[in-house]
Ligand binder design. Structure first.
Ligand code: CA
Length: 125
């Protein structure tokens, strides 16, 4: 993840580059596995979603890059992991929140985050 100032525009002065790499040991949401994807949001706005990794709750890998323009740095980035379900609503498996004030400007920060699961699970993202 990196956060930098965009000196060319006053409308969206901050650019967040967020790379979703992988997760480990997600809860089982279906009978024997899960179909996880990650939803990225800032405040109440959904900024993006990764693709669904089917039938892999142990070590799904996304390796997807999201470039998010922001008005202010004082924001909370939320990463929610859902289990995709074809014929019903997707199940929320876990959530983590990152205070972007704690991300240094113009530095690449690689970090692991523990996901608090709705069933009391903890897993890594
Ligand atoms: Ca599913």
């Amino acid at each position: 993840m990196s956060l930098s100032k965009d000196h060319e525009t006053f409308c969206s002065p901050y650019i967040l580059k967020c790379i979703i790499h992988r997760a480990e040991n997600l809860p089982i949401a279906d009978f024997t596995t899960s179909d996880p994807y990650v939803q990225i949001s800032i405040g109440s706005r959904i900024e993006g979603k990764t693709k669904v990794i089917y039938r892999n709750h142990r070590a799904p890998e996304w390796e997807e890059v999201f470039i998010i323009k922001m008005l202010q740095r004082n924001s909370i980035l939320k990463l929610k992991i859902y289990d995709y379900d074809k014929n019903k609503d997707d199940d929320l498996m876990g959530i983590t929140a990152i205070d972007l004030n704690e991300i240094p400007l113009d530095e690449i920060q690689r970090s692991k985050h523990f996901i608090s699961g709705v069933g009391g699970y903890n897993c890594k993202l």
